[in-house]
Ligand binder design. Structure first.
Ligand code: PHE
Length: 348
């Protein structure tokens, strides 16, 4: 009996280890040895033929054999399971791929680029300045003295201040004018894109944060006609070659004379009343849309930065980017730009 058991053990372990690592062949192996009519099961049955003294020892040995064979089968099965899990995790390189979404610039960034590129084509250089400004650059250098009522026009977010400097969030990009002039000698022409901040209540056309593009050209004999030519060229490139430009007298402390610049309405083409007899909803029937402020640099500003106003002249302008983007794309609510709703942003 003992040698029979030994023989069966060797045979079973040999067959299991050389059998294919497949569930079917291992199941066949289990049936062959441990099944109801399996070789080992039969051994247990044959114990009845043994004498009472031989039986306990034989039972012990057959039990050990059963355990050994069972363990060997289990080991082989668990190796299959590990292999199957590994296979499942493998990437099937023959499947068609999933194309990742490609990001693109925000419509405001795109509009800023478009504006700046036009001015670059006209010889302007792009410059930037800080969003946190001092009162000095946001107001003083721009001929907006303390207590002057025109400060109210640039309602401003003030920040925690230290003793001698008053810090604020710039309310326009014009402070970069003085910052640039202090460090450079004319002639030059620059455009300055950037964020500006005003404590306005948010509605469809106001946001406490928006973007401007400032322009500044300073040189020997820069005239108002240069300003008109540059801006007329810009509006044609930006809004189409049939766009008309109109200058209206205005006031800014840092330019003299100052102008507000309109373009012919890009929706009704300056017609005002539309075909149906109703007023154009974009220009309100006026036929014109105001898009920027401009003027000749005030000599007082040149004095502040140490330029001689007898020697140099210049023009400056500033425009709101959101307003231009809204006009170009027919958007009626400024808040859409900042809500980050991809359903809106994907349309550009
Ligand atoms: N800074 C002005 C504003 O924010 C715009 C402007 C810039 C006007 C430059 C004239 C010259 O309203």
């Amino acid at each position: 009996m003992k040698s029979k058991i030994k023989e069966i053990e060797e045979q079973a372990l040999g067959e299991i280890s050389s059998s294919a690592a497949e569930r079917d062949s291992l199941e066949a192996m289990r049936v062959k040895y441990l099944g109801r009519k399996g070789i080992i099961t039969e051994l247990f049955k044959k114990m009845g033929d043994l004498s009472a003294s031989e039986r306990p020892e034989a039972g012990r040995l057959i039990n050990i054999l059963k355990e050994t064979v069972t363990r060997s089968l289990e080991e082989k099965i668990s190796s299959i399971t590990a292999y199957e899990v590994e296979e499942k995790d493998k990437i099937d390189i023959t499947l068609p791929g999933i194309r990742g979404r490609i990001g693109k610039p925000h419509p405001i960034s795109e509009t800023i680029d478009e504006i700046c590129n036009i001015f670059v084509s006209l010889g302007f250089k792009v410059v930037e300045g800080p969003e946190i400004e001092t009162e000095y650059y946001n107001f003083e250098t721009l001929n907006i003295p303390l207590e002057h009522p025109s400060r109210d026009a640039f309602d401003t977010f003030y920040l925690k201040n230290d003793s001698n400097q008053k810090f604020l969030l710039r309310s326009h990009t014009s402070p970069v004018q003085a910052r640039f002039m202090e460090k450079n000698t004319p002639p030059f022409s620059i455009v300055v894109p950037g964020k500006v901040f005003r404590p306005d209540a948010t509605d469809a056309s106001h946001s406490f944060m928006f973007h401007q593009v400032e322009g500044l050209a300073v040189g020997d004999n820069i005239r108002f006609s240069d300003l008109k030519g540059v801006l007329a060229n810009f509006t044609k490139q930006m809004f189409g070659k049939n766009t008309k430009t109109r200058f209206k007298p205005s006031f800014f402390p840092f330019t003299e004379p100052s102008a507000e610049v309109d373009i012919s309405c890009i929706i009704c083409r300056g017609q005002g009343p539309v075909a149906s007899g109703q007023k154009c909803s974009v220009c309100g029937g006026k036929g014109w849309l105001e898009i920027l402020g401009a003027g000749m640099v005030n000599p007082k500003v040149f004095e502040k930065v140490g330029y001689n106003p007898e020697k140099v002249t210049g023009f400056a302008f500033g425009m709101g980017v959101e307003r231009i983007a809204m006009l170009k794309h027919g958007i009626n609510n400024i808040r859409l730009f900042f809500e980050n709703d991809v359903r809106f942003l994907r349309q550009f």
